[in-house]
Ligand binder design. Structure first.
Ligand SMILES: C/C=C(\C)C(=O)SCCNC(=O)CCNC(=O)[C@H](O)C(C)(C)COP(=O)(O)OP(=O)(O)OC[C@H]1O[C@@H](n2cnc3c(N)ncnc32)[C@H](O)[C@@H]1OP(=O)(O)O
Length: 720
């Protein structure tokens, strides 16, 4: 794991632990032994630490957290490095992160490949740089820069790191050769002024001011997260306390984080991010054995808000798009909007003016579907109506070349029902973008009964190319996101009927960490959309919806949202929805006494007695209902693994990453508790059949010990 190579009077400790040279136990042992050996070796006068392969260590081995810790700790290794009587030079390349950067900060000198990056991403894992990173970095950079680097977790490029004093020299040539040359140049020089533990924080006197400012910032930016706050407390300690005491404080703050539920969730999320895009079909086809087609051109059908944003996703990575809208006025409007959105990106420095120009050059608007005959991929983004989509797909099937993939951006409709309109069901799939599509990271890719493995491989690959987090799910009503989120919406509205107000429900869920409560979300997206879908479905089933309707097909129904629609309260766009806004399209939501009156009068007219609904009930009814549905999604194989569901919620539905996702949250609450509460609510609300407990949940909850989340699918599904 660490090779010890002597070249003349220089010992090189080469870390070899692919893929990222994580500081696993054997690496820590190897480094410690190497430093000791080099100090005992009379022929050695300086020591170089370097990474083999693509990078200097990118951090501690995250898989070791949560397991019984093994000595030597990284701090002990680092202290041996700093105490070395022979100069130690860390030679950085790739990404020197977390514990990797800490190794460098224990070293007496740091040189780096000019393309390398450094950083402390621990905060993203709910941790702090616990091997003295929080007390060493401020000694080099000063407090403000250290606070920013450590609480953001952002990577810093080498030239910037040089400017901040983190690095001593940038290297453009052969790193190892240059490191040896550098090492020779520092032999015999005094080391105490190179040992950071011997150096004071130069702006220590200003620590309280920096702390207060940074604390206000992290509380706003990382609401609810404890790691950034502990990072700041530890950095404050670096300035206020003698080094050894500051190190003790850092260790205590680190231990608190290491055992926290937030860190467990964030570490789970780190691996879930990497696992979710790795798709596998029940047939055995997978990312490992199926090649994607190369998509060189795309047509987007429907130039509404969604279609336009989808077009942007492709053109900004250089994939030409034909945007088709039947009405020329709407088309011209869409093209203008796309230009404006890209202009906004230029203003925010996300793209250059040149990139905007290049993107617009590969966008073409058309009013005829016939023009799409030669594209490789079609993404349909018209109104959510099965008949309309079937008509379009039937036409596309005739117009498009046989190899073209036909995908729908439907958010709910069964892909199989769309595919039957074509003679190429193997090439039909869902690509469910989330609004606003050019901003939201999630792409919920949907396969139907006949979708071929190569179609799946292609939509997953194109998702990656356009920078999305792509998760594959099987078709069903609402897929994963909308199917599970429907329970949140339903329960939220039912609780209004029983005693809550929109702001009560939203506040509880936002305090839990959701980016937005369900009523603020509805106001943002517009309640007219939901109304139209409800009316269409009722029409299809020959049902007449009225204010008195309390059940549809035996299921509990609330007409409250319909009342809002009739009042013209469509949400932000009309300046009124579940909340009041200063004017149409204004963002700030104010609780509205008119809504309280509407709800009260609704309850009176239906003879419902209102009661106080406690916060815990709001959490349980919204989230436990969704979690129960999540277990049904798993048992049916709609999602292959819990990570897929959690990633969909994090990137598509604003679930707090520091809680992992609804399924990971369930694992922390405990499946017995979840199951018992689901049963309780099913008893209380038998007309909401989604409360019927999932078989998988029941089975998992029946085990005497908690079944770990990574065994939920493999163990139990096969036994159901
Ligand atoms: C106290 C805490 C201390 C001292 C710490 O150091 S905490 C760890 C701090 N470091 C990090 O958080 C870095 C995490 N890694 C990354 O950000 C990225 O992996 C990368 C920028 C280093 C490289 O990115 P990329 O090239 O895209 O590669 P992947 O992200 O796909 O990673 C490749 C595989 O390596 C696994 N991995 C990466 N980092 C670690 C790690 N620190 N410990 C364990 N495993 C790690 C990653 O999961 C990938 O594995 P597979 O999915 O391929 O199995």
């Amino acid at each position: 794991m660490v090779d010890y190579i002597v070249d003349g009077n220089i010992a090189v400790l080469e870390i070899n632990n692919p893929p990222v040279n994580a500081l696993s136990i054997h690496v820590r042992e190897g480094l410690l032994t190497g430093i000791q050996k080099a100090n005992q070796d009379g022929s050695v006068q300086a020591i170089v630490i370097i990474g083999k392969g693509s990078t200097f260590p990118s951090g501690a081995d995250i898989r070791e957290f949560g397991k019984p810790p093994k000595e030597p700790w990284l701090t002990a290794v680092g202290e041996a490095i700093e105490a070395s009587e022979k100069p130690v030079i860390s030679a950085l390349h790739g990404t020197a992160l977390g514990g990797g950067l800490e190794v460098a900060l224990f070293s007496h000198y740091r040189i780096a490949d000019e393309r390398s990056r450094v950083g402390f991403p621990e905060v993203k894992l709910g941790l702090l740089p616990g091997a003295q990173g929080t007390i060493r970095l401020p000694r080099l950079t000063g407090l403000a820069v250290a606070m920013r680097i450590i609480t953001s977790g952002d990577h810093i490029n080498a030239p910037e790191a040089l400017k901040y004093g983190i690095l001593d020299k940038l290297i453009s040539g052969n790193l190892l050769q240059e490191a040896k040359t550098f090492a020779k140049s520092v032999i015999g020089k005094p080391l105490d002024n190179r040992r950071l533990s011997k150096i004071a924080v130069r702006d220590a006197a200003t620590v309280d001011k920096h702390f207060d400012e940074a604390l206000a910032e992290v509380k706003r930016k990382y609401k609810g997260m404890i790691a950034p706050v502990n990072c700041l407390k530890s950095i404050r300690g670096s300035a206020k306390l003698p080094f050894v005491e500051a190190a003790r404080l850092e260790a205590a703050l680190f231990r608190e984080l290491l055992t926290s539920a937030q860190s467990a969730a964030l570490r789970y999320s780190f691996f879930a991010d990497r696992s979710a895009p790795r798709w596998k079909l029940p047939s055995g086809a997978s990312i490992e054995n199926t090649k994607p087609d190369i998509i060189k051109s795309v047509a987007v059908i429907g130039a509404g808000t969604m279609g336009s944003a989808i077009a942007i996703c492709f053109i900004r990575v250089g994939i030409p798009v034909l945007l088709v809208e039947q009405n020329d006025k709407l088309l011209q409007n869409a093209l203008k909007n796309i230009g404006q959105i890209l202009q906004g990106s230029v203003k925010l420095n996300r793209i250059t003016a040149d990139q905007r120009k290049q993107s617009l050059q590969i966008l073409r608007g058309e009013t005829s579907l016939d023009i799409v005959s030669d594209v490789d991929l079609v993404v349909e983004a018209v109104f959510e109506n099965l008949k309309l989509k079937q008509e379009i797909f039937a036409r596309l099937d005739k117009i498009c070349k046989p190899s073209a993939l036909l995908c729908s951006n439907t958010s709910t409709l069964d892909i199989d029902k769309i595919a039957v309109a074509t003679n190429r069901p193997g090439k039909v799939a869902g690509m469910h973008f989330f609004a606003p599509a050019h901003i939201m990271k999630l792409l919920e890719n949907v396969y139907g009964t006949h979708t071929s493995p190569s179609t799946v491989a292609t939509i997953m690959d194109i998702g990656k190319r356009i920078g999305k987090v792509s998760v594959l799910v099987r078709t069903c009503d609402g897929f994963v996101a909308n199917r599970m989120n429907r329970m949140v919406g339903n329960e939220a509205v039912f609780m209004l009927e029983e005693g809550a107000l929109p702001q009560d429900v939203d506040r509880v869920l936002e305090d839990f960490g959701m980016a937005m409560g369900p009523f603020r979300v509805t106001d943002l997206s517009g309640s007219d959309v939901g109304w139209r879908i409800r009316q269409e479905r009722a029409k299809e089933q020959g049902i007449q919806l009225t204010y008195e309707t309390r059940f549809v097909n035996g299921e509990r129904y609330s007409s409250l949202p319909d009342r809002l629609y009739e009042l013209g309260r469509y949400g932000q766009k009309t300046g009124k929805g579940w909340y009041r806004y200063e004017k149409p399209f204004a963002r700030t939501a104010y609780p509205d006494p008119e809504i309280t009156d509407v709800i009260n009068s609704h309850c009176r007219s239906l003879g419902i007695e209102r009661r106080v609904i406690p916060p815990q009930e709001i959490i349980e009814r919204c989230l436990f209902a969704a979690i129960n549905e999540g277990f049904k999604v798993l048992e049916e194989g709609v999602a292959e693994k819990p990570e897929n569901i959690d990633i969909i919620w994090q990137y598509g539905l604003g679930f707090p990453r520091y809680r992992g996702g609804p399924m990971f949250y369930a694992s922390q609450v405990g499946l017995k508790t979840i199951y018992e509460r689901v049963c309780y609510y099913y008893d209380a609300f038998p007309h909401s059949s989604y409360w019927a407990p999932s078989d998988l949940l029941r089975k998992l909850a029946s085990h005497s010990t908690e079944v770990p989340i990574d065994q939920w699918t493999s163990k139990e599904r096969s036994r159901l």
